[in-house]
Design a protein around this ligand. Sequence first.
Ligand code: Z5A
Ligand code: MG
Length: 214
Amino acid sequence: TSTPKKKRGALIAIEGLDRAGKSTQCQLLMERLAERNIPAHLQKFPDRATPIGKMINAYLSTSAALEDHTIHLLFSANRWELSAHILQLLNDGVTVVLDRYVYSGIVFSAAKGLSLEYCRAPDVGLPGADVVLFLDLDAEVAAQRGGFGGERYEVQEVQGRVRGLFNVVGEREGEGRWRVVDAGGSLEEVREVVWGVVEKVVEEVGGKEVGRFE
Ligand code: Z5A
Ligand code: MG
């Protein structure tokens, strides 16, 4: 006799350009999941609370010097230090919403000139997202939104390169996993598009095992 396998949670990554509304949409998604009684956990990357996260925070918010490969590996290490916890949650049936993930890790470092191949290597093997919602926003619209310009990468030139690189990375993931969402709409419009995708993925992951980023 076999006992029916418990339904695992879905791993949902929200990615996108600066000020695309990732954190806002993560919050709205968490509310919707709660309304539907779907257990869920929000994980933001970088997670600035861990020891490694504190180093990352110092780098982003001050002029602390860190060599490009070093900070790249720290961002990845920040994901690895939380990976066992994420896997545990998924296998316990909890859906995990990620506010940025490996994709941000790859493109922000590649935008500095490190090769894409190099940039993806340290993240290979991490829990694989079942779907990535890429919130796409025009650079000019992004610049008009609140709070732009405070941190290290928040300059138009970097953001332009980042957008192109996100598209390259998205193509590799394929249309099934990488969903481009127009983030230029209202909060409610974007929320409904995101929910339409997530609702299906949460239903479909069922008995499938958690994948690995490759
Ligand atoms: N980074 C990296 O290099 N390597 C890595 O591995 C990782 C990250 C994980 C900090 O990230 C930096 O780290 C980031 C990438 C790099 N550098 N850059 N650039 P972060 O995630 O901590 O960054 P953040 O400070 O949270 O900003 P953000 O994520 O870019 O913003 P957001 O979350 O996408 O947007 P938001 O906070 O939800 O919204 C921004 C504003 O727009 C706010 O006033 C909202 O009310 C408004 N908003 C949102 N949606 C809308 C709509 N639909 N209409 C109108 N206004 C809106
Ligand atoms: Mg954010």
